[in-house]
Design a binder for this molecule. Structure first.
Ligand code: ITT
Length: 202
């Protein structure tokens, strides 16, 4: 199955840009579609208990709607001092329609007085290429939660996440550094290796 185009099925523009950059770094010739290139449909209901459940819910939903080989992912932040929260609730930690500012405010409030700042971002990515035919791959990046937001790049919790080995946040480091070390990079590269083994890039 040779692949000439792929749909990156996410409604999150920040995720889309990162995934497209990571794929194009490895496969400069591939055509990447976004959901906005296709007829609009309502978002899927993400009621899974794990990143894997939700990634598969999204992949199946968009594949059955569009019938195009696609990548979906579910991701989030797990903070040790908060017993793994916000986890799968990362996007709606401060309620439905949470803004980036709401999410960060709530996280920093819950982290007041916490000395253990260790955390990780997790990304579970799925490549779906047929009904019930898929590959999946997980990526993580470890780091710590800053005491206040810093930086202007990225999205979500990037202004308060300092990856291991750095003293700046992802939002300060920008996408060239983030896309070299992130949870999303590891997950997407894992998928691309599996896709190569399937013969997608012959
Ligand atoms: P789709 O489901 O349409 O892909 P979404 O934003 O709703 O978009 P998720 O349900 O997977 O995606 O929520 C993931 C949330 O976790 C995301 O909205 C951010 O708040 C946070 N997150 C995940 N990866 C992140 C990253 O690289 N940097 C900052 N925050 C991240």
């Amino acid at each position: 199955m040779k692949l000439t185009r792929i749909l990156v099925a996410t409604s999150n523009k920040g995720k889309y840009n990162e995934i497209a950059d990571i794929i194009l770094g490895v496969l400069p010739g591939i055509e990447i579609l976004s959901l906005s290139d296709l007829p609009k449909i309502p978002p899927p209901v993400e009621n899974g208990k794990t990143f894997f459940d939700n990634a598969l819910i999204k992949a199946k939903y968009y594949y059955s709607a569009y019938n195009i080989p696609l990548i979906s992912e579910d991701s989030g932040l797990e903070v040790n001092a908060l017993n793994g929260e916000p986890g799968v609730m990362s996007a709606i930690y401060a309620g439905e329609n949470s803004t980036q500012e709401d999410l960060i405010r709530k996280l920093l409030k819950n982290m007041e007085n916490k000395t253990d700042r260790s955390a990780k971002f997790v990304c579970l990515a799925v490549f779906m290429y047929g009904k019930d035919r898929y590959l999946f791959s997980e990526g993580i990046v470890r780091g710590k939660i800053a005491y206040e937001p810093r930086g202007q790049y990225g999205f979500g919790y990037d202004p308060v996440f300092i990856p291991e080995g750095y003293d700046k946040t992802f939002a300060e480091l920008g996408s060239s550094v983030k896309n070299r070390i992130s949870h999303r990079r590891e997950a997407i590269l894992g998928l691309l290796l599996g896709m190569r083994d399937l013969g997608c890039f012959l």
